[in-house]
Design a binder for this molecule. Structure first.
Ligand SMILES: *Cc1c(COP(=O)(O)O)cnc(C)c1O
Length: 399
């Protein structure tokens, strides 16, 4: 009998709406890009809220590569990897990811959510410790929950607090310790201090895991991620990441690192063992994507130029911007309602940005998050900045 449960859900949903937390989907009727068209709205909208950092989501070369892979290797695998879901393409992509991150081996998942969800439980037991940044992504939090290891949590990127956790884990007699962190934190756009994290890891004999979802393709001299930025090759043990952001934006995730760890994941990681293999078209285009990144740093360079241009113009206009080290720019408004009004006004101006407030960010830290892309043209950036200035003046945020 559904009746009682239905009433319960109706009430819960109403509570979510009353709290202003109800999520509506925007329906896009064009490919994902820096300019899109959406349902129930005339004309083009500029998109500043996709994770399309390198602008590859509608890239012609990747689309062609996906078509070619589909022609040559079919539509789907209808199998998990180890039964009959592994093609030469899957092995080729795993090797390309290992080359990119300078690691020994890689295991593909359907998503980074699965990579993180299936990382800890096969490797660690109740004798071990997982030491996790307080702002880590939901998928790391869920992965940690699935594992019996003792949990320690340190304040975001706070190295003193991390050291406290390492000491506590030692005092608790933990056998192995692993520090887990996002590379770039998605709300502030700050980068985890991997050099200091690796120093502490050495001092306390801990492993290091970093989730490169928002950092790979973005941070570092050539966009190779946090290991490049902090010269931490050989010190970061495990990387996880997504093919759904800078790396083309389709879908798929991976864990890459030492061969024994990857081998163990192939034996015991549940999202790998019990979930379908990534489709050949996506695997084929991802191989092409790594080729493109190998050939040229142009997209990364353009992204960095766009971030610097946007940030400088916004600071000039008088906005309060969190010091970003990534493609995420947090325009601070502090007030929750203001952040929602601001985002709505921006939408009326044809600019899609997202307003975030408590509980997604700390109380009193409401903001507009702007995500920049290599696909944004100078004209599009200028249009967005002009809209920010217009709305900022109207709502009394700037003079
Ligand atoms: C987006 C994201 C994920 C999830 O990636 P999917 O491949 O979309 O599942 C995991 N971790 C972090 C840090 C992310 O930003």
């Amino acid at each position: 009998m559904y009746t009682n449960f239905q009433k319960h859900l109706e009430k819960e949903l109403q509570d979510i709406k009353d709290a202003g937390l109800y999520k509506e989907e925007r329906v896009i009727v064009t490919p994902q890009s820096s300019d899109i068209e959406v349902e129930n709205r005339q004309g083009e909208v500029l998109n500043f809220c996709a994770n399309n950092y390198l602008g590859l989501a509608d890239n012609t070369r990747l689309i062609e590569a996906a078509k070619k892979a589909m022609d040559e290797r079919g539509y789907g695998m209808s199998s998990v990897r180890f039964i009959c879901g592994t093609q030469d393409l899957h092995k080729e992509l795993e090797a390309a990811i290992s080359r990119y991150f300078k690691t020994e081996d890689t295991i593909l998942y359907a998503a980074c959510f699965d990579a993180n969800g299936g990382l800890f439980e096969p490797l660690f037991t109740e004798q071990d410790a997982i030491i996790s940044d307080s702002l880590n992504h939901a998928s790391i939090i869920d992965g940690v929950r699935l594992c019996k290891a003792k949990r320690f949590r340190y304040a975001n990127a706070d190295m003193e607090d991390l050291e406290r956790c390492l000491k506590e884990a030692d005092a608790a007699g933990c056998r192995y310790k692993i520090i887990a962190t996002d590379g770039v934190f998605s709300m502030d756009g700050n980068v985890a201090p991997m050099d200091k994290i690796c120093e502490l890891a050495e001092k306390y004999d801990a492993l290091v895991m970093v989730d490169e979802s928002h950092s790979a393709g973005v941070v570092g001299e050539r966009g190779r991620g946090v290991a490049e930025k902090f010269d931490c090759y050989g010190k970061i043990d495990i990387f996880t990441g997504t093919l759904g952001k800078a790396f083309g934006g389709a879908m798929g995730g991976f864990t890459t690192g030492p061969k024994e760890i990857i081998d163990m994941l192939r034996q015991r990681s549940r999202p790998y063992l019990f979930s379908n293999s990534v489709a050949p078209s996506i695997v084929g285009s991802s191989i092409e994507m790594f080729k493109m990144l190998d050939e040229s740093d142009e997209l990364h360079d353009r992204l960095m130029e766009n971030v610097a241009y946007f940030r400088d113009k916004m600071l000039e206009a008088g906005f309060d911007i969190k010091p970003t080290q990534s493609a995420i720019c947090a325009v601070m408004l502090y007030d929750a309602k203001l952040s929602q009004d601001f985002a709505k006004e921006m939408q009326n101006e044809g600019i899609y940005v997202t307003g975030f407030y408590y509980p997604v960010v700390p109380k009193g830290q409401a903001r507009i998050r702007v995500q920049l892309s290599a696909a944004h043209t100078r004209e599009q950036l200028d249009k967005a900045i002009a809209a920010f200035v217009k709305v900022g003046k109207k709502l009394g945020v700037i003079k």
